[in-house]
Write a protein that binds this ligand. Structure first.
Ligand code: GLP
Length: 241
């Protein structure tokens, strides 16, 4: 894994957006794997800005998102569908018919996962997959477990993840307990992977992911086996490395 040190969140976001725009410029009809959470918001802001300046064209881009809460309607402002519209899709010239997320409104987990796998396969997979990192080293919603899951599956969120995500909801009981997420094999099939991490609270996770043993107990550690994985982190997130 190549590690790039950024000064702070803004610097991390500029660098990450630069890497994504290079991908779009080099391959205008690329497939971008996208992520939600606070980590990529600044990255999306830069992409939007460069698009508005006329420097970035999303008209041929396809996107596949990592994950979605199970049971949240799309118009709930905490659904990842809502997040992506709010932070990127409604602000750039992307064709909405080519933006995909797991269907959190589908109560049948097996059907939702199978449908999303078919969509991912039909796109040909991500040219570049953007990732954030959970405090326990999770990627997407692949929580620490005894085995790496391959494709899209339904997960029960860990207590730590529920607590971390409570800040976005009115109270902890409103945080969905389950989510649909891309599997590790799908993430690892991306031609390029870009991880963005900031803040001292992620420092232990960054150390474990980049330098610890590769284990499903730290799902992001599998990225050490990817041939083109880049981690852009600020100084605080790299403080234990
Ligand atoms: C959530 C998302 C992940 C994200 C992680 C970190 O659990 N499912 O995709 O990477 O949180 O979020 P944040 O960037 O807000 O710290």
């Amino acid at each position: 894994m190549k590690i790039y040190k950024a000064k702070d969140y803004n610097d991390m976001s500029r660098k990450a957006a630069g890497i994504i725009s290079a991908q779009i410029i080099l391959k205008p009809d690329c497939v971008l794997g996208l992520a939600t959470g606070s980590s990529p918001i600044g990255t999306y802001q830069n992409l939007v800005k460069w698009h508005q300046q006329g420097d970035l064209d999303f008209s041929q881009v396809t996107t596949i998102n990592l994950d979605e809460y199970k049971g949240l309607p799309r118009d709930n402002d905490q659904s990842y569908y809502y997040f992506m519209n709010e932070h990127l899709f409604s602000k750039v010239n992307i064709n909405k018919d080519r933006t995909f997320l797991p269907d959190g409104t589908e109560p049948d987990s097996a059907a939702a996962c199978q449908k999303y796998n078919e969509i991912i396969h039909a796109t040909g997979g991500a040219d570049l997959q953007l990732l954030g990192l959970g405090h326990n080293g999770h990627i997407g919603f692949n929580e620490p477990s005894d085995a790496f899951e391959k494709e899209t599956h339904c997960v029960t969120l860990s207590e730590r993840t529920i607590q971390a995500n409570t800040r976005f909801f009115t109270s902890e009981k409103d945080v969905p307990r389950q989510a649909y997420t891309m599997g590790i094999q799908t993430i690892m099939s991306a031609r390029k992977i870009l991880v963005v991490v900031s803040g001292e609270d992620k420092a232990a996770a960054v150390k474990a992911v980049c330098f610890g043993p590769v284990t499903p107990q730290v799902p992001g550690s599998i990225l050490q086996f990817h041939q083109d994985a880049i981690l852009v982190a600020d100084e605080a997130a790299l403080s234990q490395c």
